[in-house]
Design a protein around this ligand. Sequence first.
Ligand code: GAL
Length: 645
Amino acid sequence: MTLGVCYYPEQWPEAWWADDARRMRELGLTYARIGEFAWSRYEPKRGQFDWGWLDRAIDTLGRAGMKVVLGTPTATPPKWLVDEFPEILPYDANGRPRGFGSRRHTTFSSEVWWRESARIVAMLAARYGQHPALVGWQTDNEYGCHDTVLSWGPEDLKGFQRWLRTRYQTTDQLNEAWGNAFWSMDVQSFEEVALPNLTVTEANPAVRLDFWRFQSGQVAAYDKMQCDILRKHSPGRWVTHNFMGFFNEFDHWPLGDHLDLASWDSYPIGFVERFPFAEDERARWAETSHPDIAPFHHDLYRGVGNGRFWVMEQQPGPVNWAPWNPVPKPGMVRLWTWEALAHGAETVSYFRWRQAVTAQEQMHAGLNLPGTHEWSVGGEEAWQVARELAKLGPLPKMAKASVALVYDYEAAWITRIQPQGADFNFSELTFRWYEAARRLGLDVDIVRPGASLAGYGLVLVPCMPYVSDAAAAAFRAADGLVLFGPRTGSKTRNFAIPHNLPPGPIAELTGVRVTQVSSLRPNLSEAVSGSAKGHAIRWREYIDVLADVLILAMFEKGNPALTRRGNQAYLACWPDEALLTATLSLLAITAKLKTVPVPAAIRLSRRGDLTFAFNYGNDPWTAPKLGTLVLGAQIVAPQSVSVWR
Ligand code: GAL
């Protein structure tokens, strides 16, 4: 039971449904996710319901043997609701309302919107919650998509002021926390607080961080509201939400805690266009994706789901939303599917069953050609995976990886609010650290700040400006080697420089103190030499060290670049590829991890007693002895996978 598909019965003639369901089974699919955008079709006017078609659609799928995952419809409230309550609309950062006519046209700050959401979710859950074909729920669809976490309207201002009152109690405490003595920014009442947009020059970073926390918290609370309603009406069914790739606008960890499993939407080629690659690197991966893009997110969402995740939407061919949308090379849809499973996915569900012929996404591939009953290339590859899976049998459980990477959403916000160097991009830095570990053939678990780090040989903390007490305690308790990257510990909770100077709460652990930071424009870099060699690019820190700190590498102009005190190492720069690889290799040896360095286009992953090799490149790769071959060949062909037990 490992493959599924996203299906929109409301977009096709009812006469097709039974045949669609039959062909889903024939292909080897088990799950159909449906309904997440269908509100206007079952409540065309307030209080006037037309459930008949949805009843029949679910029955038809169920009769064919499909299991149904039903989406709540709150990503697309209908026109009548927006007309009745225009205050549910979101506002952009220029203070303009964003209108009806696509999706996600709501703000999490609107109380009316919460009430209306609760109403429709309860109706849906009460009606289908016990349906024998229904196995699980998806809340909403891609929270925050199309830039909708931060909204800048009157409802948001009201909500923010309320949130601040609870958090700070008095304006004295708020003025103190935000450092409002600077530039005469003091306020005398909470009503005087404005949103941190439309200021003459940059707004106070402490206000922006709080505003982000406020909005992020609302996403989690809104999701919890939906989950509670679903669980009440639909016992025994699981609840998930489908998250996105390279998306840091809200803190995903608290959401994961009230879901039964996480899921995410994997569009590896679309993400190549979005990630800040240099042009030559982007061209290289344009038709396959970069070999760490999907895996990074599999490992992240396995963490967010506390061990359980799905790919809810898998790219089946070209997408429609990136600046360029090439056709994936033959074999990639199969490869991505296997790769998700290798990283522990319980199910891979393709988006979508059939390519649409109308509206916004008509250029987006499906498993069937536009408006037809004919398999696309993606459909044929899904077909092949289904056969291979059936032959291989049930997949084993994931084991703990040897490397943990600590992923902090607030780090993304803080470095966005105050980049200090134009190219200091948190996602990019984190992704490069992950990539370097996987180039050594290592498996990685992505974990939250404060999670126990026990049992990991190597812990990577690419950047974490605010280190909470819980995070600091976990670092202190780690039994493996911990490597901290630049800017870690450089801010307090209120976005101030810590009294003891960065790295603040981990200064004692690491034995270092940062006295200056330099952001390096593209033509500036500095050589680093010692036990790890390469260059500092983009960002370089000047650090003092305590007497018992081991200096592993030095900057060319003097000053330590890489240090270690006990099991806590500190890297005082943004490392180029050479320095990053050398640093991780050095620490992996110190931590006695077994590495298998692989070429740029090859990756290894392990799931229980299975080892997988994936080839994203143009040349065949001869694998070392990795066990008994159970799928593919010892020479892994381009865009192919091999599996050993
Ligand atoms: C996702 C979304 C789907 C569809 C898809 C197209 O972001 O959840 O509804 O729009 O992208 O790639």
